[in-house]
Design a protein around this ligand. Structure first.
Ligand code: DGL
Length: 284
């Protein structure tokens, strides 16, 4: 793809919000944006040809994310949300330097702040991909936020969970057993907060709750990101005009092709209030 973009930004109020993730995980963020900003249209891009990003190198993640952001720009988006902790960890500064003049770019970092502020045991756990822990964003939040509060952050990682959500297996007995294995040491350590540091993981909340009942409070970044999108749009005077009885609409694009399972998965993951369509398979 030619990386020189035409120098115009989409400043139309009715232009879509672009949301990107390595796979279907970013739909957990889309869900929150739809709740918070129901008049907006969303273009969702899932790089399913390359999921999972969690095991890729820093350079690979950066390059794939840049391609996705350019693609969303060409679709006429007025703002882009990198709804992937892993992609944000390596790409946010780079993307803002490269494309920040075209449109605002919002990224994600695990929601450590509310956990740090509310923990009673002074121990919180973060579940994220290995790549997210390698990145500087999470290191900064631990250094500048958790440490001064005397809160210990326990890092937990697994490469198995993203594929489970991609395959729609988040509620199976096998998944619950795996979660038990991964998370039991955290509960034993005395952590009272579990931060879901990957946008795929909110889809595992029900299974985590089933296995651990109320032993830990679970937090994720979805609502905070949706509020931030609203603030940035308002600041730039780019909010879509309110329409009577409007329903959020999401057009979903997949780089890795589309199967009947994709359809089933979207029905499982997106709330029934959202009007969505599989726009098309795209290989850029
Ligand atoms: N949803 C991505 C995240 O938030 C998943 C990363 C992956 O593809 O491994 O980190």
């Amino acid at each position: 793809m030619n990386s020189v973009l035409p120098v115009f930004a989409s400043t139309s109020l009715q232009a879509p919000i672009g949301v990107f993730d390595s796979g279907v995980g970013g739909l957990s963020v889309v869900h929150e944006i739809c709740q918070h900003l129901p008049d907006e249209q969303i273009i969702y891009l899932a790089d399913t040809a390359n999921v999972p990003y969690g095991a890729k190198t820093d350079e690979e993640i950066r390059a794939l994310t840049a391609i996705a952001v350019e693609w969303l720009y060409r679709k006429g988006c007025k703002i882009v949300v990198v709804a992937c902790n892993t992609a944000s960890a390596f790409s946010l500064d780079f993307l803002r330097q490269k494309y920040g003049e075209y449109f605002p770019i919002i990224g994600l970092v695990p929601a450590l702040k509310p956990a740090v502020l509310n923990t009673q045991t002074k121990k919180v756990a973060v579940l994220a991909t290995p790549a997210t822990f390698r990145g500087q964003l999470i290191k900064d939040v631990i250094e500048y936020f958790a440490k001064p509060q005397g809160v210990e952050v326990i890092a937990v990682t697994s490469l198995a969970l993203v594929p489970i959500v991609e395959e729609g297996k988040q509620h199976t007995v096998e998944t619950q057993q795996l979660l038990q294995q991964i998370l039991s040491p955290i509960v034993s350590s005395g952590a009272d907060y579990l931060v879901l540091g990957c946008t795929h993981y909110p889809f595992l909340k029900q299974s985590i709750g089933y296995v651990f009942a109320d032993q830990m409070t679970i937090v994720d970044s979805g609502q905070a990101v949706a509020r931030q999108v609203g603030r940035v749009l308002a600041h730039q005077q780019l909010n879509a005009l309110p329409k009577m009885g409007s329903q959020p609409t999401v057009s979903c694009y997949f780089t890795g092709g589309y199967t009947i399972q994709t359809d089933t998965l979207l029905k499982q993951l997106l709330s029934p209030q959202v009007t969505w369509k599989i726009a098309q398979f795209t290989a850029y």
